[in-house]
Design a protein around this ligand. Structure first.
Ligand SMILES: *Cc1c(COP(=O)(O)O)cnc(C)c1O
Length: 503
């Protein structure tokens, strides 16, 4: 066989990766038909399914590599991936900080993948990079940052936070020998991804200070000032203060402006984690709560939460662009052709650990332009009001409630007439999981096991909240009627444990 004929034979085979128009139509129709019935049936589908055994059937298909019919594969995706566990795009996702899944973004992802636009370097993907810049400018304006700001669309809030931490490290000129003296300040309720970012950035040895919080679990500025002063007196180097614009736990917003005063006076890098609460800045009436965010050195926002995007987009904004570039820019000779174009502005690769990246900007840009900003505002506003409504109604059902929500998280618990309230509430959240029509989660506040309701999924509306209240009422009634199901069996680790409860 000649070299040419051998190559042509390979070509015949490899061409099946590039289906023709008729075949594309067939494949797309199958995917589209599935998406249509998934969305149409979503309201009658449980939000959560405890039975996760169907996941194992994924392995059956791994048995042989051969080509398989699209319908069979879609069936497997539905059975083994979509149904077990949580349906994150469901209205009834009321746990953790819910995500989104707006349809316009799914189409943007489709187009981004078909064209496979290169979003890492301006020379290759000038439009994709320009679109990312536009989106970052829009977000910077939302935050209230000056023109000097820069940023990056990363895969999520955690990676965005890592980028911010590395910029903060380089801006302070910290080297390994300094780490044991550099101090990080935060409330105990700061998101764990920031501690993770510090460790991944090689800064696991920095000194961490848990700053005291007030009754609303907001960082106490006076304590911060005191701890910083004490650290200076000890010869340590106060470096970074982390504030939350909405903790994941309870939605508490730290007093951002007062923290800014201290950070500026003390020369600390000021980072605001607005992954949850940042997009509420789109609401003029909410901006006073976030006042002071505009004085941060870096801010993280999570469009796959507050803009209801499908998972895969977090944004970091840094006040001074040099800090971001000094920390991330690199040069490779095999890419020497691309440097000339940097005159048009820096490339995303120069401000992020990533080089090649998904064309993420399109999944933000398309829905914003397709729908306009107003429906996003309405959806955010609706979630704040739903949280107030839930707070009022769950109290009316007889639950003990936490403070009126600042954002869209409500905490509450049932206090049984006798017996261990923690055991009851743990059994209660498990009972709601078995029910599955809505998905709620829990947390521990001052040693108390409490339930949470977080309204941020874009499909969550009044009927969802009414359903959640009904699910809770039913679950309490069942547990009250059968106390043997929750009477605590104290385990060695002290965690309340309801016998026979599935996890
Ligand atoms: C979700 C969240 C994060 C982490 O973001 P990911 O997108 O999950 O990586 C950080 N902080 C807060 C407050 C969050 O809600």
């Amino acid at each position: 066989m000649t070299l040419r004929s051998r190559i042509l034979e390979l070509e015949r085979e490899s061409r099946s990766l590039d289906p023709d128009a008729a075949e594309r139509d067939r494949l797309l129709s199958a995917a589209h038909a599935y998406a249509q019935q998934y969305l149409d049936k979503l309201p009658e589908t449980p939000a959560y399914n405890c039975d996760k055994s169907a996941v194992l059937a994924l392995r059956d298909l791994a048995a042989g590599p051969g080509p398989r019919p699209m319908d069979q594969l879609i069936e497997r995706i539905d059975g083994s991936v979509v149904r077990p566990g949580l349906l994150p795009s469901h209205a009834g996702h009321l746990a953790y900080i819910p995500g989104g899944g707006i349809y316009a973004s799914s189409l943007a992802d489709y187009l981004a993948a078909v064209t496979n636009e290169y979003a890492g370097v301006r020379f290759a993907g000038p439009g994709a990079v320009e679109m990312e810049d536009l989106i970052l400018d829009w977000m910077a304006k939302l935050v209230g940052f000056p023109e000097t700001a820069d940023g990056n669309l990363a895969s999520g809030g955690s990676i965005a936070s890592l980028i911010a931490v590395v910029a903060a490290r380089e801006a302070a000129g910290l080297r390994a020998r300094d780490f044991e003296r550099a101090v990080v300040y935060a409330s105990p309720h700061i998101h764990q991804c920031l501690h993770k970012a510090l460790r991944v950035a090689g800064m696991g040895e920095t000194v961490r200070r848990d700053v005291a919080v007030d009754r609303g679990r907001r960082l106490c500025p006076r304590s911060l000032a005191e701890v910083v002063a004490a650290d200076r007196a000890r010869g340590l180097k106060p470096w970074l203060v982390l504030a939350s614009a909405g903790t994941a736990d309870t939605g508490a917003v730290d007093p951002l402006a007062q923290i800014a005063d201290i950070a500026h006076r003390e020369g600390l890098w000021y980072h605001v984690d607005a992954a949850y609460g940042g997009f509420f800045a789109m609401l003029p009436e909410f901006r006073p709560v976030l006042a002071g965010m505009e004085r941060a050195d870096s801010v993280v926002l999570d469009p796959h939460k507050g803009m209801f995007l499908p998972y895969g987009t977090g944004a970091v904004l840094v006040r001074h662009r040099d800090a971001l570039q000094d920390a991330h820019a690199y040069y490779a000779s095999y890419m020497q052709d691309t440097v000339e174009a940097e005159a048009g502005g820096r490339s995303p690769a120069a401000v992020s650990p990533e080089l090649t990246k998904h064309f993420r900007a399109l999944r933000v840009w398309l829905p914003l332009l397709l729908h306009g900003e107003e429906p996003f505002r309405a959806c955010l506003r609706e979630k704040l009001e739903l949280a107030k409504y839930f707070h009022r109604e769950v109290e009316a059902l007889g639950f003990e409630v936490g403070p009126e929500p600042e954002l869209s998280v409500v905490t509450y618990r049932w206090v049984p007439e006798s017996g261990d309230a923690n055991a009851f509430n743990q059994a209660l959240v498990e009972e709601t999981h078995r029910d599955g029509r809505v998905f709620l989660s829990s947390t521990t506040i001052d040693g108390r096991f409490v339930l949470r309701m977080a309204a941020l999924a874009f499909r969550t509306h009044l009927d969802t909240i009414d359903l959640a209240l009904e699910v809770l009422r039913g679950a309490v009634a069942r547990l009250e009627a059968e106390p043997e199901r929750w009477r605590a069996v104290a385990r060695a680790d002290g965690v309340a444990h309801a016998p026979g409860a599935r996890t």
